[in-house]
Design a protein around this ligand. Structure first.
Ligand code: NAP
Length: 299
């Protein structure tokens, strides 16, 4: 069996074309969707990720506002800027590019973003909403994976799903989303004993460990769907995922490539969440930006 490729680039392009219609509808109501991107320091990978996000905004006719800070900036400076952005009516989404320097408390910074503009979905409110299956802004990478899975036409309900990686930004929310879709989910991590024992039973295998070559063909069930979230730069400059692509594609039924699989979808879902936020504001559904969510009456 040679797997069919799940083409993230193609799906991302299709979705972004449709975004323009939503931007046009918003513009009829006098709203131009806007995303604020906060970048601290000069981490080369972060610069690339941010550049991709700004480009995706341009392609989708979403305004982007860059807020750059030196690596030595203080947490207070960041919190003050986020406080201003929370109140800014032109900003519908606020993204803080991670990682942040060690003097900054990441949790405090993420919690300072008002829930209605938390388009990365990392605020505890949105994390909790995901747990109960009712999130406003699903985190972008797992959200993109969910749409990629839908393109296969295979219903995840009742399937054995194994998620390799348990980070807060990919593995855990991914597992929660697929649980919500009634899959039977196993989460593996660095301390999992005998990883292959779990992966071999996966009808759907999602890998987000950041370890090139971690998943070999013999660890994959014949006919599985394999989603490779990993992005690793090898010494020779090549970008690869966590899955031994050439060998695994001979066993799997469906597989995502790296690059061109999950990556383009992550950026696309960020734009989706920003548009959703702008639509919520336009429809008066968003909480008042100055009002903490715990003071908002339940609706
Ligand atoms: P992370 O925070 O470093 O988390 C990695 C997870 O993988 C951890 O839970 C870790 O386990 C687990 N792990 C590490 N080695 C393992 C092993 N040998 N066997 C099983 N599990 C193992 O990374 P992340 O932010 O989730 O990102 C994961 C990968 O996805 C990276 O390559 C990253 O670049 C990529 N990524 C891609 C996109 C995209 O858009 N395509 C978006 C985000 C991230 P412990 O919890 O036990 O340490």
């Amino acid at each position: 069996m040679t797997a069919q490729i799940i083409d993230g680039k193609h799906l991302a392009r299709r979705l972004r074309t449709r975004f323009r219609e939503r931007v046009a509808a918003l513009s009829m109501r006098g709203v131009v969707p806007g995303l604020a991107v906060v970048l601290v320091g000069d981490n080369p990978a972060s610069q690339v990720y941010v550049a991709n996000k700004v480009k995706a905004c341009e392609e989708s006719q979403v305004r982007s506002f860059m807020h750059r800070f030196p690596a030595a900036c203080t947490e207070t400076e960041l919190l003050e800027r986020i406080g201003e952005l929370n109140l800014d009516p032109a900003t519908h989404g606020i993204l803080v590019q991670l990682p942040l320097p060690p003097q900054v408390n990441v949790r405090r910074v993420l919690e300072s973003i008002v829930v209605d503009k938390d388009v990365d979905g990392f605020h505890l409110y949105n994390v909790g909403a995901l747990v109960v299956g009712n999130s406003i802004f699903p985190p972008c990478t797992p959200y993109g994976v969910q749409l990629l899975l839908e393109t296969t036409g295979i219903d995840v309900a009742g399937k054995n799903v194994v998620v390799v990686g348990a980070s807060n930004i990919v593995g855990k929310p991914m597992a929660l989303m697929l649980l919500q879709k009634e899959a039977t989910v196993t989460i593996c991590h660095a301390k999992t004993r005998d990883l292959a024992h779990h992966t071999i039973h996966a009808d759907i295998l999602v890998v987000a460990a950041g370890k090139p070559g971690l998943i070999k063909a013999e660890m994959v069930k014949e006919g599985a769907i394999v989603i490779d979230v990993g992005i690793n730069r090898l010494a020779d400059g090549r970008i690869v995922g966590d899955v031994d692509f050439e060998a695994v594609r001979e066993r799997a039924a469906w597989i995502t490539p790296v690059p061109g699989g999950v990556g383009p979808m992550t950026v696309t879902m960020l734009i989706e969440n920003t548009l959703r936020s702008a639509e919520r504001f336009a429809q008066g559904e968003a909480f008042h930006p100055a009002q903490p969510f715990w003071q908002v009456p339940a609706r």
